[in-house]
Each structure stands twice: as structure tokens, then as C-alpha cells.
Design a protein around this ligand. Sequence first.
Ligand code: QV4
Ligand code: CA
Length: 482
Amino acid sequence: YKDPHYASGRSTMVHLFEWKWDDIAAECERFLGPRGYGGIQISPPNENLVIWAHNRPWWERYQPISYRLITRSGNEQQFANMVRRCNNVGVRIYVDAIINHMTGTWGANVGTGGSTANFGEWSYPGVPYGRNDFNWPQCVISSNDYGCCPDRVRNCELSGLKDLNQGSEYVRQQIVNYMNHLISLGVAGFRIDAAKHMWPGDLRVIYDRLQNLNTNHGFPSGARPYIFQEVIDLGGEAIRREEYTPLAAVTEFKFGLELSRAFQGNNQLRWLVNWGPNWGLLASNDALAFIDNHDNQRGHGAGGNILTHKQPKPYKGAIAFMLAHPYGKPQLMSSFSFHNTEAGPPMDSSGNIISPAINSDNSCGNGWVCEHRWRQIYSMVAFRNVAGNTGINDWWDNASNQIAFCRGGQGFVAFNNDHWDLNQNLQTCLPAGRYCDVISGQKNGNNCTGKTVTVGNDGRASIYVGANEYDMMLAIHVGSES
Ligand code: QV4
Ligand code: CA
């Protein structure tokens, strides 16, 4: 369950938060496929409660009312079409699976596909689930429970969301049917929402009943879905992520926390020389690595002082480091802009999601941030693909916040988070030639639209990253020669 089954030569996924299926299909064909993206985490595709009481907040999608594939992102036919079109251009789809609970509040009781529920009776006819399918007696998780009481964290309600009993054979089978339906439509795997709130033994039973990936969508025969489990473990809680790594991959929240701290200037970049398990991170193969996610970019979930698109210079620095470094399976966040932390995606007065507009400079409009379309970010996605499975070599630092390293003979990157310029003659490990920096610009025919770096026969080059430049890094790789 730890292999994303990316098409060959691809290595990075992006969370297209709240995108519609038709828009994702188009984005696969016009951008993600050609730019070498490996996959997409999509928002939950199953029917959720419609919550007008909070003006259709983003978090209504974490309140399942049935497993029918019908949401503001689209219906089953649109979903199937998206998966087909994305797989055709080498981009995999990973589903955010909400299997811990069902919706439970807000006076409303109608879903995005018209299903209804009667919360007071624990009744969800769209599945159907009834009272016997939930943990009993009913209880709600309190903040103290995380320190002491794994049984309460797993058997009580997370924020009043009705807590399913995954120990029940019937419940397991409904969940397995839902996930297998998605596999048959061609998805490559799942994010398991709120995995901490379910017993590892129950999850194992569910995972082991999943079908192999669909060979009609280009997966090898016998391929198991990629599974990354949402477990927030920053230390100090009764439930540890090591209970989940024997099952499948786990979201590594320390990754974004530590890199945010460093790129915000609160820890020196030179210490990143041993970035990885030495920092208390999971083993590389177990880790879904990311800077921000849809929760912590707006103060939900793990919280912490996390870099987001709202602080673009250090954010792009942290993302570039993530993508340049071989640790983990990286995931990018692609956001809609927001001021109010409850606000849902751009929508019209009926609550329909408004599609992103695509501007001539590749950026998005209509309220969509589209970090994945920022040159500094998509260029580093390509860098990572070129670097392949090489390690890190020729690390250099100035004993402060200027660092540089090579990825085998494939790529070279330098960062300057000091208040003075980086101006050094450094080993790039690349064949002699003239290379375009893919951060300040790109290769355009025989020219570079940004900086040019001349690598000598000894592999060395003079590298300059000014303290006041628009970006804090420089990257060149095989393939960026001018
Ligand atoms: C309210 C009160 C509760 C009360 C309840 C019932 O706050 O005290 O018990 O009513 O009367 C929304 C509201 C929340 C509300 C709840 C129930 O924000 O105030 O409770 O609905 O109606 C997202 C949001 C939540 C949201 C939830 C469901 O973050 O705010 O709750 O969706 O709409 C822990 C977990 C971790 C989790 C993280 C947020 O260990 O697993 O908290 N992360 C995942 C998702 C996250 C999602 C959920 C889990 C739930 O990434 O986006 O929560 O599916 O760290
Ligand atoms: Ca639970």
C-alpha cells in the first residue's frame, strides 16, 4: 500500500482542493500531464450534507451522508470520465475517503444528491446505516482524550460526527464496497481521513479486502492501491503514527512544521544537511510529505505556524526544498483564496462551484490560487522527475542560511535565506555547459528568460542569489541547458 503507482518518470502529487471533476480532467490534459505531475488528491467524491447555515463551507465535504458519487464537484459519470482522461495522460487520482464517520449536525438533513438522514435516529438510508452501525454508547472526543485514552479517540465522535463502528462486519462491507467501486473506476489509491480515529486492526481488514488496481487503466496486474493515512502525530499523544506505518503510508505533519520554521528564518537552513529520519521524521518510504494541507493552511487540524501561499517567498523556498530533496512522497497544495477560514470554494449564489479561469501567463483566476501553476513550483516538479532516485551529494553551506547541493549528476539547487547575497563558486555536478535557472525564468529556445549559469569542465559554476531577489533559490538540471 506504499507505492503510488505513478506513471514512469513522475514523482509528485497535488491536492486540487474543491475542484470539479470536469475541470480536473481538463487540467490533466492541458497542464498536469504535460508538466510531469504524478497524481492528484481530490476532494471527497461521496455525497455530503449541504450546509447553508454556514454558507456552504469547505468542511461540509467532511460530513458524509451516503457513498453515492455526487457532490458539488460532479456526478459519477463526470467522476469516471475524469479518472479515465487523467490516467490516459499519466496522472493518477487518489480519493479522500471519509470512512470514520457520517454527518451529524446543523439542522439540515439533505445531501448533495438529495439523500436525507435523521441524525437523532442515527439513520442514513442512502447507505443504509442505522443505529447498530455506530459506536455505542455515544460520546464525544474531548481534547484531554488525545493524551490519555486511545479507546475514546477511536470510539467517540470527532466534533460530533456520528462515529461508525468499523469492527462491524456490515460497516466494513459498506466501506469496502465504496472503495472498490472507486478502484473499479480507475483510481490509484486513497487518503484515509481521520485514520487516528479508527482501530488499526479494523483498517487492516478493510485494506486487505480492496481489489487490485484496474489494469484497464494502465496499472500493472496485482497492483495494490496507494494508501496514505491521515494521522497527526507531533508527539505527546497516546496514539502514535507507528501504529499505522505497518499498514500503509502516513501523513508526515512534522515535515511541513520544521520546514516552515526553517524557511521563516527561525532555524538555520544549514541544519537541513541531515533532513529526514534524523529530525524525527518517518522513514522516507512511509511518508506523505507536504508543507501545508487544507486544514493547517486555515488553522484546522494540526495547527502550527505553517507556510502557505499567503507568504509566497518563503513558501516557494520550502516547496523547492521539499521537491529538490529525495525524502518522502511529496504532495503540493493547490488552494482557493480565502480570508474567512470557513469559506467554501468560489461559488455562485446557488452554491455551484465556479471553475478556475486560466490566464495567458498560466496563472488562475476566479479566486483560485493554483500554486501548482506557479513556475517556481512546477519547474521543481520537473527537477524532481529528472533527479529520479539519485541521492544528495556535494552539500555546501555557509554555516548559516545559504545551502546548495547536487542530485547525482542530474540537478543542482542553491538557497539563500540570509540577509546578504549568496555569491559563490560551487560544485554543480553537471556536465559543462550553459544552463537556464528554472526559478528566475526558464529555457526559451536557445535563451534563458531568467539567469544563465555557466558550468565549467570541473563542474563548478559561479552562483548568485541576491538577498533581495524575488525568489530565494536557483535550480539547474539536465535538460535546462540553453
Ligand atoms: C460542532 C462543535 C462540536 C460539537 C458538534 C456537534 O464544534 O464541539 O460537538 O458541533 O454539535 C465541523 C465544524 C465543527 C462541528 C462539526 C460537526 O467545524 O465546529 O462541530 O462540523 O458538525 C473538517 C473540519 C472540521 C469540521 C469537519 C466536518 O476541520 O472543523 O467540523 O470537517 O465538517 C483532528 C483529527 C483529524 C482532523 C482534524 C481536523 O485527528 O483527523 O482534527 N482532520 C480531518 C480532515 C478535516 C476534517 C475531518 C478530519 C473530519 O482533514 O478537514 O474536519 O472529517 O486533528
Ligand atoms: Ca472512530
